[in-house]
Design a binder for this molecule. Structure first.
Ligand SMILES: [Zn+2]
Length: 310
């Protein structure tokens, strides 16, 4: 919990005694305050996505932004925001999940000068580098085009954020993927927010979708279904099914798929260091799983950092 004046602010994790609960974005590991809190701070898109994805209506429990607080884009996914707090001449920024590289499905990150940064620790690994995202996207487009000529291509992805990014990357080379129900509902919301996505779904455009399924096609489903459905799909369609994932963890693990692409919606350590430098922050507090390791890695790069403690 972050204490600023009279405010006791929980950051993406509901904590006992908080009087403001900030939900930076709608991924499931950040919304524990959504069901019970009466004082939610979240962007309009996050509120809408929580309604669509989890059937949680937080609208009536939202509070107006206090004068000392603002939210700015974090580049992570649609509606993902950082919390900026300014009091007594001191400026604190909580990043939430963030990425520095441009995403085809989210607004670019805003970086402001800050005194203190409370920084997400998702990738606290000094030996992990994502590399050039644009080249990885090209690799994915080429592989998909090639495999699609020989059968069905099936991507597994987080249904919110990553699936929409994959749709955009595929759309850029003229591929319109077939997506599952949840991805369609969330993608529809993205479209309403002005992010152009072309996809087919049995729940929105049945005829076109049925026609697409008669030929080789590219599909996007959730990560769990990717483990279950390729064999079935292969049997039903009598075609080879090529599987793939797109995640930063591609650099660390083997996913047992035909292809894996390092397309992350987070920052690696090098990018986190770039962020710190750009913000000019003197005090860096690491936050979330991996915060101890992240603080050590930042220190190894010459800056003082400490795990966030309430
Ligand atoms: Zn996230």
């Amino acid at each position: 919990m972050l204490r600023v004046g009279d405010y006791k602010i929980s950051l993406d994790v509901k904590e006992e005694g908080s009087n403001v609960d900030f939900i930076s974005h709608a991924h499931s590991d950040h919304i524990s305050a959504a069901r019970s809190s009466k004082n939610i701070l979240a962007s309009n898109e996050t509120v809408e996505l929580m309604k669509i994805a989890y059937n949680i209506d937080t609208d009536v429990r939202r509070i107006d932004m206090p004068n000392s607080m603002r939210i700015i884009d974090s580049g992570h996914m649609l509606g993902a925001k950082q919390l900026v707090i300014e009091t007594d001449g001191e400026k604190v920024v909580y990043t939430g999940d963030f990425q520095l590289e441009r995403s085809l499905a989210a607004p670019k990150i805003e970086i402001e000068n800050a005194d203190t940064l409370i920084m997400d620790s998702t990738y606290p690994y000094g030996d992990l580098a994502f590399g050039n995202k644009y080249e990885e996207e090209l690799k994915m487009q080429r592989w998909t085009n090639m495999s699609y000529g020989n059968g069905i291509v099936l991507f597994g992805a987080y249904v919110m954020g990553k699936a929409q990014e994959i749709i955009r990357i595929l759309n850029d080379v003229g591929i319109v993927p077939v997506v599952n129900r949840k991805i369609a509902a969330i993608s529809n919301m993205y479209k309403r927010c002005g992010i152009g996505l072309e996809y087919l779904s049995m729940y929105e455009n049945v005829d076109e979708c049925e026609e697409a399924l008669r030929h080789n096609f590219v599909g996007i489903t959730d990560n769990n279904s990717l483990k279950r459905i390729p064999n079935k799909l292969s049997e039903v369609h009598e075609k080879r099914v090529y599987t793939a994932v797109a995640t930063g963890f591609s650099r660390m693990f083997s996913f047992n798929t035909d292809a894996q692409f390092c397309i992350s919606d987070h920052a690696d350590l090098k990018q986190s260091m770039e962020y710190i430098e750009a913000s000019g922050a003197k005090k860096i507090l690491t936050y979330g799983n991996g915060k101890e390791r992240f603080a050590k890695e930042i220190a190894r790069n010459g800056l003082k950092a400490y795990p966030f403690i309430e």
